[in-house]
Design a protein around this ligand. Structure first.
Ligand code: IFM
Length: 442
């Protein structure tokens, strides 16, 4: 079997994705203020290898070389995020011009190389001063976010093709305030639900504020969605699966596309539900130009807890490789929600790559992962899902949050001592796909 660009709908966009804290480094340069991840990384035991994003891939300095690599890769687009603490070090008010200038240069550099910029406003690096007033659990932060969004859209909205407000609000709320694995590392269900609500509110307000500027950029939201499947036919497993789906997916999809929180989850969360004020849900439901879908794996659920099938393949994150889940997810979104056009804004896999002496890193499992998931996207589009593009996560190996540098997701291998970038087989395979030549799909 071969895969070519012709297998995808006309105009389908291919790109790679990264995020500011994971690659930029230069944590205290040119007026950047501290973010919650700077704080979190300094707390003992939070990051598996005790590292931080202080230097990361040093992309803040190496961006011209990195954009040259993107050009060589041949992608149509590049998805990156802006560091709010570079632009507004205290999270509101005063603007740090040097921070905005960095993104000006990045966007112009992409355009000069014929690559379309896809910007994300918030990929988890909240300015620390906003955490000091409670972070996303404080409703005020939503208003600050909308101001920041308007500021960025005013500056870049003519040049970027798309602006996503939030990346993966599930992670910035449940994973960060309920499960405690991400900054700020809290374990409080009530705060997590307040944070989730204020993230969505901030998203809606930001879309309204940006739209009012009348800039051409497409506006949307990026959700990480994990389809849940029952481990058996039992009624107990079905109930547990519905809860898992509510917690991971519907708590975000329903307010954004239906204007209401799902009743079963509202009942299940009991006393912890957020304070929803008049007009909030109308704002959250603000129409979008696109939905970004981040897909990595599925969950298999029993009443006793998650199940790990024995015969399945797993990535270095211990996530099951399950391409069918992506087809199912896209078709479900198209069928059950009034979704706008969709992009796969992230998909990819970590494997323990090793750089030998050759000038290429062999990563057969990642390559197979991409081939199988792209085939899953094609299948979904053939069955009617309106998918307009696909972004591989990630362009570079980078700082994988609580795992530090111990997990590699890149199409390019990064040597963190020398900052040398080395092509992986998966990168060369993408290059072949971009060049419109048929490439093997298995
Ligand atoms: O690295 C992350 C990214 O920041 C958000 N989505 C999932 C990726 C892999 O864990």
């Amino acid at each position: 079997m071969t895969l070519t660009r012709k297998d995808f709908p006309n105009g389908f966009i291919f790109g790679t994705a990264t995020s500011s804290y994971q690659i930029e480094g230069a944590a205290s340069e040119d007026g950047r203020g501290p973010s919650i991840w700077d704080t979190f990384c300094r707390q003992p035991g939070r990051i598996q290898d005790g590292t931080s994003g202080d230097v990361a891939c040093d992309h803040y300095h190496l961006w011209p070389e990195d954009l040259d690599l993107l050009r060589e890769l041949g992608v149509d687009a590049y998805r990156f995020s802006l560091a709010w603490p570079r632009i507004q070090p205290s999270g509101s008010g005063a603007v740090n011009e040097k921070g905005l200038e960095f993104y000006d240069r990045l966007v112009d550099g992409l355009l000069e190389r014929g690559i379309q910029p896809y910007a994300t406003l918030y990929h988890w690096d909240l300015p620390q001063p906003l955490q000091d007033i409670g972070g996303w659990a404080n409703r005020e932060v939503a208003h600050h976010f909308a101001d920041y969004a308007a500021l960025v859209a005013g500056r870049l909205g003519d040049r970027v093709r798309s602006i996503a407000t939030l990346n993966e609000p599930w992670c910035s709320s449940f994973l960060s305030y309920d499960i405690g694995e991400h900054a700020p590392g809290l374990r409080d269900r009530r705060l997590a639900l307040a944070a989730a609500h204020h993230l969505l509110l901030g998203h809606g307000q930001a879309v309204q504020a940006m739209r009012a500027l009348g800039k051409p950029a497409e506006l949307g939201l990026v959700l990480n969605l994990t389809p849940a499947y029952p481990a058996s036919q039992s009624a107990e497993d079905a109930r547990a699966t519905q809860y898992a789906d509510g917690y991971a997916n519907r708590w975000f999809l329903d307010p954004v596309f239906r204007g209401a929180y799902p009743q079963d989850m509202w009942d299940a969360f009991g006393q912890d539900v957020p304070d929803v004020q008049d007009g909030d849900l109308a704002l959250i439901r603000e129409p979008l130009d696109f939905l970004g879908v981040n897909y990595y794996t599925r969950s298999l659920v029993s009443a006793q807890g998650p199940v790990r099938p024995q015969d399945a393949e797993y990535t270095h994150m211990h996530w099951e490789v399950y391409p069918q889940g992506l087809t199912d997810l896209l078709l479900r979104l198209q069928r059950e929600y009034p979704v706008p056009p969709m992009y796969i804004t992230e998909n990819g896999a970590a494997y323990p790559d090793e750089r030998g002496h050759a000038d290429i890193v062999h990563d057969p499992e990642r390559l197979a992962y991409y081939q199988r998931h792209l085939a899953a996207v094609i299948e979904a589009t053939r069955q009617g899902a309106d998918v307009r593009g696909y972004f591989a996560w990630s362009m570079l190996d980078n700082f994988e949050w609580a795992y530090g540098y111990s997990r590699r997701f890149g199409l390019f291998y990064v040597d963190y001592q020398t900052q040398e970038r080395t092509w992986k087989d998966s990168g060369r395979w993408f290059q072949g796909l971009m060049a419109r030549t048929p490439v093997a799909a298995d």
